[in-house]
Design a protein around this ligand. Structure first.
Ligand code: C5P
Length: 222
């Protein structure tokens, strides 16, 4: 069977990663989580005590930053300057930094290059905010996965709580709304539904139901 590329975009907490991982397993495809790369830059900015709106400083450190993505047994590992930061980038305080650095055009250009390189071989499910519109405009299947901010904040809350983090639902809701706004209003490659994308609202759907819908679309394309 021929291999295609699948773009899965949408706002924070819509379930993109969960669905992409399950889909990758089902299809024997590779899953690439592009948010992890923005998180790695955000982590570097945070750990160097740089303000997330200090663009000059961020550009300066970008030139001295090495980001590497390795796929091991279907799991994506992210290396920042040679250090495995796969777990660290998931800490709740990294999210807002990732969102802020992702506004910077040069940051995006640098990461998009890596992403396009990874997708060359096909058989890739890439999730993010600008995959269908900008990174892989020729992806054969494009999904825009969304849910209400309240539902997304609830999912984030449960996910972080399970990992042992002390988080506040209302703070997460505010953060999600702020990140949505950042993503939708940035000048360069904002979050938008690609013209040829299929929108799936997962607010009232289970993970299995979303997966079924995506698989149905996949078999129509293939
Ligand atoms: O997907 P995740 O929430 O881990 O992404 C972290 C941040 O990275 C998002 O809030 C978003 O601003 C940014 N991002 C982006 N473009 C992508 C993926 C993520 O701007 N393709």
């Amino acid at each position: 069977m021929k291999k295609i590329n699948i773009a899965i975009d949408g706002p924070a907490g819509a379930g993109k990663s969960t669905i992409s991982k399950l889909l990758a397993k089902r299809l024997g495809y590779i899953h690439i989580d592009t948010g992890a790369m923005y998180r790695a830059i955000g982590l570097k900015v945070l750990s160097q005590n740089i303000k997330s709106d200090d663009v000059d400083k961020i550009l300066e450190i970008l030139n001295n930053t090495e980001i590497e993505v390795k796929l091991i047994n279907g799991n994506q590992l992210v290396f920042l300057d040679g250090e495995d930061v796969t777990d660290k980038i998931r800490e709740p305080n990294v999210s807002m930094y990732a969102s802020d650095v992702s506004k910077i055009k040069e940051v995006r250009q640098r990461l998009v290059k890596i992403q396009q390189e990874l997708a060359k071989q096909k058989g890739v499910i890439m999730d993010g905010r600008d995959i269908g519109t900008h990174v892989l405009p020729d992806a054969e299947l494009k999904i825009f996965l969304t849910a209400t901010p309240e539902e997304r904040a609830k999912r984030r809350f449960l996910e972080l709580k399970e990992k042992g983090y002390e988080v506040d639902y209302y703070e997460l809701l505010d953060e999600i709304k702020q990140r949505d706004l950042n993503d939708m209003t940035r000048e360069f490659a904002p979050l938008r539904v690609a013209e040829d994308a299929v929108v799936i609202d997962s607010t009232n759907l289970t993970i299995e139901e979303v997966l079924e819908k995506v698989l149905e679309l996949f078999y129509k394309v293939i």
